[in-house]
Design a protein around this ligand. Structure first.
Ligand SMILES: [Zn+2]
Length: 56
């Protein structure tokens, strides 16, 4: 079975991560390859930070 993915550089940690076919990020990346993308780790951190700020 062949898995389709793109290698994308994370905006936050500058690490290369993969977006796999069928995920929301993959679809976004397909539509806009020049967009800014974060890996799952950073997306998670950003979400937590946003929540902290929200409750402050
Ligand atoms: Zn990252």
């Amino acid at each position: 079975m062949c898995v389709i993915f793109y290698e994308v550089i994370c905006l936050c940690c500058k690490q290369v991560f993969r977006v796999y076919e069928g995920t929301e990020k993959y679809n976004k990346f397909k539509k806009n390859r020049n967009g800014k993308y974060c890996c799952d780790d950073c997306s998670h951190k950003i979400k937590i930070e946003a929540m902290k700020n929200f409750f402050r």
